[in-house]
Ligand binder design. Structure first.
Ligand code: SAM
Ligand code: SF4
Ligand code: SF4
Length: 348
């Protein structure tokens, strides 16, 4: 008898591998393309100004649609979900989505990346809804530098309170993301390293990336991972740690004396495409198989045209099987001008 044309059998988990043998493990969901910040490296005001057209509400996936797609991803072996944006806390009623996703028992990790600007009370409501972890973006402890980077005068003191409150609510370790841009916040590296040399936080220094086409990226603006590590080591001695798992994006380090951990995400100078197991879902229901993708795959229309879960799963399976992205490994002057998707559209 001929084998079934559909590779997916009911109740059978088949975790697809792409053209380079990479498994599909990790789903990042952008729940909104809007943000209350205008970080200079992500949503510069010159482009994301008053007249900018964000997605209309009816184009956004509903929470039910997102939950359905997460179930489908889980049937394909995905075990980690992170909500991002834009600013995910701006999506009205996000707690409801969190509780729907928290009910999917196969999910091992349910996290959110936020700028830490929402009212502190929402930490408790999100925890009660089932959120396991927050990553908070914070680029400097110096208020002047921080405000220059978020470009909406948001004070650093409020984000620090958000981090403390996450710890008080037991949502730890809190991961912190610090994008380092040359000439802007290099001097914040060591103070940030010292402040977050604690067991309940893991600070990750991120090389400024050439995502999208609007942040005016230049290689010269990148403070490299080795320059970052050198600066920290000159002040507080550090040593490398083994990765927790294959495909971990941040290279792990620790402060020798305290043993506390931090990380460096060196996507420009030390690309990690070889182990990249991530797929991204935009707020309007398109899949991107790479952060630097120029092409996307519409899933929303399948969610709305009566397609079955098996048909959608098969479609995602086929997309992943065809994947051959490795942008960071082949980055060159020619790739800089490609029409890439914006970071605020698909999340970090
Ligand atoms: N608004 C939320 C936040 O800022 O945490 C979530 C979305 S934001 C796009 C996700 C992460 O991407 C943030 O940690 C941000 O610092 C990072 N990011 C944005 N643009 C970047 C760039 N050009 N290079 C490196 N990281 C960037
Ligand atoms: Fe908004 Fe996050 Fe982008 Fe900053 S990095 S503009 S907070 S989406
Ligand atoms: Fe993954 Fe694309 Fe980043 Fe490479 S460039 S690590 S393939 S998202």
């Amino acid at each position: 008898m001929a084998p079934p044309s559909c590779v997916l059998m009911k109740d059978q988990i088949i975790n697809p591998q792409d053209k380079f043998g990479r498994f599909l493990k990790d789903l990042r969901i952008s729940v909104t393309d809007r943000c209350n910040f205008r970080c200079v490296y992500c949503m510069p005001k010159a482009i994301f100004g008053h007249g900018y057209q964000f997605l209309p509400k009816d184009e956004l996936l509903t929470f039910e649609e997102i939950t359905r797609i997460v179930h489908i991803f889980v049937s394909l072996g995905t075990r980690k979900v992170r909500m991002t944006g834009g600013e995910p806390m701006l999506r009205k009623g996000i707690e409801e989505l969190v509780s729907q996703l928290a009910n999917i028992s196969e999910l091992e990790d349910l996290a959110m990346t936020t700028n830490g600007s929402a009212p502190l009370e929402r930490i408790q409501t999100l925890k009660d809804s089932g959120l396991k972890r927050f990553t908070v973006s914070l680029d400097s402890l110096d208020n002047e530098i921080y405000q220059k980077m978020n470009d909406v005068d948001f004070p650093v003191s409020k984000v620090l309170k958000w981090v403390d409150a996450c710890i008080e609510h037991g949502l730890e370790p809190v991961k912190l993301n610090m994008v380092v841009k040359r000439g802007v916040n290099e001097d914040s590296i060591v103070p940030m390293a010292k402040k977050f040399n604690t067991p309940n936080t893991i600070l990750r220094f991120i090389e400024f990336m050439d995502v999208g086409n609007s942040n005016g990226w230049r290689l010269d603006d990148v403070v490299t991972a080795s320059q970052i590590l050198e600066k920290i080591n000159a002040d507080v001695p550090i040593e490398p740690l083994d990765p927790n798992y294959v495909g971990e994006v941040a290279k792990r380090w620790r402060y020798k004396e305290s043993g506390n951990e931090f990380g460096v995400i060196a996507s420009v100078t030390q690309p990690f495409c070889g182990d990249c197991s991530r797929i991204r879902l935009s707020a309007n229901g398109s899949l991107y198989t790479c952060l630097f993708a120029v092409k996307n795959h519409d899933i929303k229309s399948m969610l709305r045209d009566g397609s079955s879960d098996d048909q959608i799963a098969q479609h995602i399976y086929n997309i992943w099987k065809e994947r051959e992205d490795r942008y960071s490994q082949i980055r060159s002057e020619n790739t800089n001008d490609l029409p890439k998707v914006e970071m605020s559209f698909i999340g970090g």
